[in-house]
Design a protein around this ligand. Sequence first.
Ligand code: DQA
Length: 142
Amino acid sequence: DTIYVLNGPNLNLLGMREPEIYGSDTLDDIAGMLEDRARELGVEVDVRQTNHEGHLVDWLHEAQAEGAKAVLLNAGAYTHTSIALLDAIRAVRTPVIEVHLSDPKTREPFRHLSYVGMAAVQTVEGLGARSYIVALEAAAKL
Ligand code: DQA
């Protein structure tokens, strides 16, 4: 079983980007942790990042076409703006779990609305890099 882990804009800069909010782990570090945990859980992860909204839409379609078990989606700021992502999540049968390092609900008001959250089966946020691990554990159980 493969679980897609899709990361949106600016997450390629994790580790250097506002570490007081997002922590010091890089996306490669997180990918390594996910691969270790995936092995223990008997699943595979496919970790990707893009700064382009449409790529996330394409990858959601691909997840369904390829029969992925689930998608973990940290859409970055597109979380709060993208009706296209909301529609894509609704368009596929593949379950999507929303992931955030920080807790957007405790930050600026413009982060309180989540289009991704309107369609995701679950949200894991505010745990730093551990948000991804907790989301992976939830996905493996689906
Ligand atoms: C984020 C939260 C978003 O509000 C922000 O735009 C990000 C990262 C998180 O993981 O905490 O880019 O998705």
